[in-house]
Design a protein around this ligand. Structure first.
Ligand code: ADP
Ligand code: MG
Length: 669
């Protein structure tokens, strides 16, 4: 049996248990080894009955003298037994395990591990773990040693998982795929030894050593995959070669109503350099909400246009695609660049859509299936890249003949994650905001102050002629809205509409028809709506400068990065902006997370904080595709991440020395 084989190859794992394992994220035997214990019980003190002291955790080997099911005075079902060894007798009690008397009948030799306590003022062992000692001599496994405890899922006990891991360990050939000199250099133990140390340790020192190796493997695997992707990407050659003429691009930049920030200029330089090459660009542009990524992308599209080629800009929602379309139409029309919008609901609407050269196409994932001839694409932009599945991105890139690709994200990706998961991409960062942006005053608002907050909002809207977003969370964690969410936001909308009867309140959610959505957004944009109640659909990209108040209901349900994005919807104009986070939490991590929003205006800072408190799933949202969960390693272990990166680079340079690794990479696990 091999590491790559499914767990159902192990003895006594049928489809039922295989499914249970699947729920734990365990498909292969290798996955099983990476299902590391969440903690250990120290049952290693093996002693005799005459030496037992109260409160000690011990193991004894003894014979059952008697055992019976009884009811306590309070009516709890108990199993009371008595056991003896050569030195004495002691009582044993369990609770609510009536079936025990079938296994632990008088005369049986057992190993018992547990805490010594009192029952009816007499010394006893309390609810011990047990293991039958068979006549044949063998070492105890669930008692009498360091015993691993696994995170369990319904139906899979630690004891059972332990046994399966032992089976796997005994049946599977586990050769190390890293050479000895490398292991020695970094002080890692052999792979098989690491598995033993983590799952069957003698002490906690072994656990640490073993975990170190497994963590390294995990990170190395990610790094290798990204280095491998990079290697493969760099084998591509662009079909539609751009030749960048900076002075021809200047008029476009000069036509913008503002000066570029320093970061924007630097990033534009990086992009233009990439565009000038034969190897397609594969660059990630990271910049906080409102940092001005769109015009940077537009410069790339302009360069492509000057060379007579097409550009595609893919956005995750119709609202955003439409907004990009409107923005770019304004920027591009003075230069005679044709621009078209392609979404599932809009038929291609543009006069020059059939022309092939020099066009810009803005759209949603509908671009992927579009019938337009994309033969002349030289530049593809993927906005809010983490919103797309890996396949969707790959699909669009392949369909257009692997042109230059710029992916953009407002998600502040912590450095360790950028190094690991996006190691194959070149990185550009927009560090500063355009001039004149002000701090958005942020307050966590408890339920008791809700009405006062509403009064304040009301007067603000009246006296400052401004508008407010009012965001309700999704009820269940999922990628899109369910009917429950629609009901929830609709009833919230009704409440607010009657509370704010002097204001015009609008409702926006994902299940509305595109026409309705457009109309509502247009009404909000033109000031016909004062308060826009919505699900988190507004999170992505909407640009309405007159809106200066962002209210978030049940704010603790959002990740900090997401809250930061929501907050980024305001503060886009000249007026002072505000973010009110409604929450009923007054203490604990949820509360502290929200308070961090009051203090910090930096998406990066907030993301790093959430990474520490809640893990990476929260930064990207739960259902985000392509983002790996670490089972053993930790995102805060920057040293190990760097080591893994160096080793991965070295390996990729000398692939012929690592045939087993290469075959693993091809398998793609
Ligand atoms: P994001 O990075 O979130 O996609 P946008 O590209 O939507 O940000 O830009 C936000 C707003 O800032 C837009 O209205 C845009 O016109 C404006 N903007 C972009 N760059 C600058 C700049 N250098 N100076 C002033 N405003 C800018
Ligand atoms: Mg944007």
């Amino acid at each position: 049996m091999n590491l790559e084989d499914g767990v159902s190859n192990l003895p006594k794992i049928g489809p039922f248990f295989a499914r249970m394992f699947e729920k734990l994220g365990v498909r292969t035997i290798e996955n099983l080894f990476y299902h590391v214990p969440s903690r250990y019980l120290d049952y290693s003190l093996v002693t005799t009955i005459n030496k037992l002291r109260a409160n000690e955790v011990v193991t004894i080997h003894a014979k059952i003298i008697s055992i019976a099911n009884i009811f306590s005075k309070k009516g709890i079902r108990m199993q009371i037994g008595s056991v003896e060894d050569a030195t004495g007798k002691i009582m044993v009690v369990w609770f609510n395990q009536p079936f025990l008397i079938k296994t632990l009948y008088p005369g049986r030799l057992v190993s018992l591990s547990g805490k010594v306590g009192f029952f009816n003022r007499k010394l006893c062992i309390n609810s011990p773990d047990y293991e039958i000692l068979d006549s044949e001599e063998k070492e105890t496994f669930h008692t009498g040693r360091f015993v691993p405890i696994y995170s369990e899922t319904a139906g899979l006990s630690s004891k059972w998982i332990r046994t399966k891991i032992r089976d796997a360990f005994n049946f599977v050939s586990i050769d190390d795929y890293l050479p000895n000199d490398l292991l020695t250099k970094f002080g890692f133990v052999d792979f098989k030894e690491a598995i033993r140390e983590v799952h069957f340790p003698k002490d906690l020192k072994e656990v640490e050593e073993g975990r170190g190796r497994l963590a390294f493997n995990e990170l190395l695997n990610l790094q290798l995959k990204s280095e491998f992707r990079k290697l493969n990407w760099n084998k591509n050659k662009v079909k539609n070669k751009i030749s960048v003429n900076s002075s021809a691009i200047q008029p476009f930049i000069a036509s913008l109503p503002f000066d570029m920030t320093e970061s924007q200029n630097k990033t534009i330089d990086e992009i233009l350099k990439d565009l000038n090459r034969d190897i397609p660009m594969n660059r990630l542009l990271e910049g906080d909400v409102g940092s001005g990524k769109t015009v940077v992308a537009a410069v790339g599209a302009f360069a492509s246009f000057l060379n007579g080629y097409q550009s595609l800009i893919m956005a995750p929602t119709q609202i955003l695609a439409n907004q990009h379309y409107q923005t770019l139409k304004k920027l591009f029309s003075p230069f005679g660049i044709g621009i078209s919008l392609i979404t599932s609901d809009t038929r291609l609407h543009s006069p020059g859509a059939k022309a092939t050269g020099g066009q810009v196409f803005v759209g949603t994932h509908s671009l992927i299936h579009s019938k337009v001839n994309f033969d002349k694409v030289a530049f593809v932009v993927i906005d809010e890249q983490h919103r797309f599945g890996v396949e969707q991105r790959t699909h669009l890139v392949k369909k257009t003949g692997t042109p230059h690709v710029l992916t953009m994200t407002a998600t502040p990706i912590p450095r360790t994650i950028a190094l690991t998961s996006y190691g194959d991409l070149d990185l550009s960062i927009l560090k500063e905001m355009p001039k004149g942006r002000q701090k958005i005053n942020t307050w966590v608002v408890p339920e008791t102050k809700r009405e006062r907050a509403c009064e304040w909002i009301e007067s603000r809207i009246l006296n400052f002629d401004t508008q407010a977003f009012w965001v309700c969370p999704l009820i269940e964690e999922s990628k899109s809205e369910t009917m429950k969410d629609i009901k929830n936001v609709t009833s919230e909308y009704k409440l607010l509409a009657s509370r704010f009867n002097k204001q015009r309140v609008g409702l926006l959610h994902g299940r509305l028809k595109v026409k309705q959505k457009d109309e509502i957004l247009e009404n909000f944009r033109s000031g016909k709506i004062d308060i826009l109640v919505s699900t988190p659909v507004v999170e992505v990209g909407i640009d309405i400068p007159n809106a200066t108040i962002m209210v978030v209901e049940a704010a603790e349900r959002f990740g900090l990065a997401q809250l930061h994005q929501l907050r980024g919807r305001v503060g886009r104009g000249a007026k002072q902006s505000y973010c009110l986070l409604f929450s009923n939490f007054h203490s604990g991590t949820a509360y502290r997370r929200l308070k961090a929003m009051e203090k910090s205006q930096s998406g990066f800072e907030l993301a790093e904080l959430d990474l520490k408190i809640r893990g990476p799933g929260e930064i990207f949202g739960t259902a985000q595709s392509g983002f790996p969960e670490l089972k053993v390693a930790s995102w805060s272990d920057i040293e190990l991440i760097k080591t893994a990166k160096d080793v991965a680079r070295d390996i990729i340079k000398n692939l012929n020395k690592y045939p087993r690794l290469v075959s693993r990479l091809k398998i793609g696990n």
